[in-house]
Design a protein around this ligand. Structure first.
Ligand code: NAD
Length: 273
């Protein structure tokens, strides 16, 4: 075993792109990657001011970042975002597929538009960004001074890639799709020195799920589903992401890391069933 006994930041010199990085988990991941030494693209779909605030927070900490607007479900906008990133920073080393949303409705009330929108952003968006990143990783190859591999892709999924979720069939289906897409990409790209993994958060305090933890009553109900008895924070996901993006996880590909306080451990059985 060789030990890295230098004090270099673990992602020094690498270039990362985080989709949906102007809020919640994406913002925390972007800041954590920057603290680990990466330059970071803050992708956002709307609200340039919030994206700029993340850029400025990173710059204030001595890091480097830029904001790029692109709707991840639009092929032309994704292609333009990667072209701008590569033109500015020379290449890209890390993609974090984080952008996502919910449009909840019972099955019988869900419109085709609600179904399609969630699939387009949560699943097709990850496909479009992964394809663009992989093309660049493959044409550039491994740069040993930066990383052992040509690139890393991390897909932010959800515990609902394995836990069915009544009233959210579009969301749960999109995340189930992310799981199989991630494993298939990992299998296809591993021989080409690209690692692909997923992180599946449990309940994390962000704007996507405010109603689930905003009041003490709602939070108490939510905690019944979490054996660790605390709602997660964006930094819980960010720390795991930095590890998966670094060479410390060099032999890890095609896995889903559940960062969920035990939500996937059948919490209803915690008193013996
Ligand atoms: P969030 O709403 O703060 O973040 C989602 C981000 O995606 C927002 O910044 C939004 O503007 C962006 N986005 C939406 N559509 C986009 C598009 N077309 N193009 C580019 N960006 C777009 O919520 P969050 O909780 O931080 O969610 C981040 C990811 O984590 C999502 O994929 C979500 O499904 C996943 N997740 C969250 C939780 C949780 O409990 N918060 C649990 C499991 C999974």
């Amino acid at each position: 075993m060789t030990l890295n006994n230098t004090c270099e930041p673990i992602l020094k010199g690498q270039r990362a792109l985080v989709t949906g990085a102007s809020s919640g988990i994406g913002s925390a991941i972007a800041k954590a990657l920057a603290m680990a030494g990466a330059k970071v693209v803050i992708n956002y779909a709307g609200g340039a001011d919030r994206a700029q605030a993340v850029v400025e927070a990173i710059q204030a900490g001595g890091g480097e970042a830029m904001a790029i607007r692109a709707d991840v479900s639009r092929e032309d906008e994704v292609e333009a975002m990667f072209a701008q990133t590569i033109a500015t920073w020379g290449s890209i080393d890390i993609l974090i597929n984080n952008a996502g949303l919910q449009k909840d409705a019972p099955l019988v009330e869900m419109s085709l538009a609600e179904w399609q929108k969630v699939l387009d952003i949560n699943l097709t968006g990850q496909f479009l960004c992964s394809r663009a990143a992989a093309r660049e990783f493959l044409q550039r190859g491994v740069v040993p001074e930066l990383s052992n591999v040509a690139g890393k892709i991390i897909c932010i999924s959800s515990v609902h890639d394995i836990i069915p979720w009544a009233g959210h069939v579009n969301y749960a289906t999109s995340k189930g799709g992310v799981s199989m897409m991630m494993k298939t990409m990992a299998q296809e790209l591993a021989p080409r020195r690209i690692r692909v993994n997923a992180i599946s958060p449990g309940a994390i305090k962000t704007p996507i799920n405010t109603a689930a933890w905003m009041t003490p009553e709602a939070e108490a109900e939510l905690l019944k589903l979490i054996p660790a008895r605390r709602v997660g924070e964006p930094d819980d996901i960010a720390r795991a992401t930095v590890w998966l993006a670094s060479d410390d996880s060099d032999y890890v590909t095609g896995v889903t890391l559940y960062v969920d306080g035990g939500m996937t451990l059948y919490p209803g059985f915690d008193q013996g069933g």
